[in-house]
Design a protein around this ligand. Structure first.
Ligand SMILES: *Cc1c(COP(=O)(O)O)cnc(C)c1O
Length: 431
């Protein structure tokens, strides 16, 4: 494939945008390549400015569960835009959105819209602190919750890939209030609770991780955290920005059978437009201004275009028969094909998958259950695999520490083509 136009575009972009990108994970820096500049997308395919077409497993990093440019979503955005892009006053769409989220996610009694996942987790943490009157938060190594100061500590993919677990610019004071524990290691959480009794405002985690690659939580780990939080009156926050409406209608909490106190959303609820939300127990949400004392605001929050795109997406997820079952079947087919390839060609690897979220870790480990396991992956092998996949028309996230996403628009033919391309890539690496 020829990437000449993207290469020229990246050179040009670097003259006026830091690093040439508006989010570091887009840069391909870790795989030693040049990011592709995208011209358009449709269904399961994206097309770059050189005219190359790829089967897309990034899906805008999660939101595009229906595939790109779903006609109903496009129409909703166009129709709403014609009525006005923003008013700074309530609209009916916002109540419809809140009611639909409540219906799909029963742990949410009340929900506030914001403009990104970052804003959602930042606001949820402030609310948890305001509600409990405590300062400390526990997060897990490798979990990413957006680029808030409080969470940029041992923080997942972007930070992992680029080696800035503690970014410059976060004050020592802020860093001191964030405690880190190990995913799937309940003892590491118990120790923090013992040491900081009655000081912990919140525990936040990705209930199924995506930002260090997909890791599945163990039952005792999740149940243990829920119990610790309940006993200590600590607010349990599930960051479902990625998993919400992705793993099931009710998100990870539905499939795990664990009820958090607060949940953060993003990605899919915006249908591709910038949206975030946080919601949960009534008595906690009642602390928010104007009803309560905890301040949080947003000029463009609940933006009509974003609400229209998100509502249309959520309604399609809700009303399409067997939506998640079909996604599961296609994703299982992909997993099976990839695993057969590894076995047949003698590669060591672990494929972690929950529904339409998956990661192929190149590793000699038998399981990948923790951040420490993730870090044993062979990133050089991944880089080769990534480049060869791209050259054969498969667009994967440019990092070993990411989740891939299957959308409703991926066809069986797409999956078969992907498995074949993966086989060829592995075969080339082997030779
Ligand atoms: C993407 C993501 C965020 C951040 O969302 P932005 O919209 O990029 O700010 C937070 N938490 C999780 C789990 C995410 O996957």
């Amino acid at each position: 494939m020829n990437y000449n136009k993207s290469i020229a575009a990246f050179t040009e972009a670097q003259k006026s945008i830091p690093g040439g990108v508006n989010s570091p994970v887009r840069s391909f820096r870790n795989v030693g390549g040049n990011p592709l500049f995208i011209a358009k997308a449709s269904g399961s395919k994206i097309t770059d400015i050189d005219g190359n077409e790829f089967i897309d497993y990034v899906g805008s990093w999660g939101p595009m569960i229906l595939g790109h440019t779903h006609p109903a979503v496009v129409e909703a955005i166009q129709k709403t835009a014609a009525l006005g892009a923003s008013f700074g006053a309530p609209t009916l769409l916002e109540t419809e959105m809140a009611e639909l989220i409540k219906e799909l996610v029963p742990s949410v009694a009340s929900v506030r819209m914001v403009n990104s996942g970052t804003e959602a987790t930042m606001s949820a943490l402030r609310l948890a602190r305001g509600y409990t009157g405590r300062d400390l938060v526990i997060k897990f190594e490798g979990c990413y919750h957006g680029h808030n100061d409080s969470f940029l500590i041992a923080a997942g993919s972007g930070a992992l890939t680029y080696g800035i677990p503690d970014t410059p610019g976060v004050t020592k004071g802020t860093a001191r209030d964030t405690l880190t524990a190990q995913f799937n290691d309940l003892a590491s959480v118990e120790q923090l609770f013992e040491k900081h009794k009655n000081e912990i405002a919140a525990v936040i985690l990705e209930p199924v991780t995506g930002n260090m690659g997909v890791i599945i939580p163990e039952k005792e780990f999740m149940e243990g955290i829920r119990k610790l939080c309940t006993e200590a009156k600590t607010v349990l926050i599930f960051d479902e920005v990625m998993t919400g409406f992705r793993l099931s209608k009710g998100g990870a909490q539905e499939i795990l059978g664990i009820t958090p106190d607060l949940t953060t959303f993003g990605k899919i609820i915006g249908g591709g437009l910038p949206v975030g939300a946080y919601g949960g127990k009534q008595e906690i949400m009642d602390q928010l201004a104007p009803k309560g004392p905890v301040y949080q605001a947003g000029t463009l929050s609940g933006n009509p275009l974003a609400m229209a795109a998100g509502l249309t997406t959520l309604r399609l997820l809700k009303n399409t028969e067997n939506f998640y079952q079909k996604l599961e079947e296609k994703s299982a087919l992909l997993e099976e094909g990839l695993r057969n390839n590894l076995n047949e060609l003698g590669f060591d690897g672990v494929i972690n998958r929950v529904g339409s979220m998956f990661t192929l870790f190149f590793t000699k480990e038998k399981n990948v259950k923790s951040f420490a396991d993730v870090m044993k992956s062979d990133t050089r092998l991944f880089t080769n695999y990534f480049k060869l996949s791209l050259d054969s028309g498969i667009y994967l996230a440019p990092s070993q520490y990411e989740a891939g996403f299957v959308s409703a628009a991926h066809s069986i033919e797409d999956i078969e083509k992907t498995v074949k391309a993966s086989y060829m890539a592995l075969k080339t690496i082997k030779n």
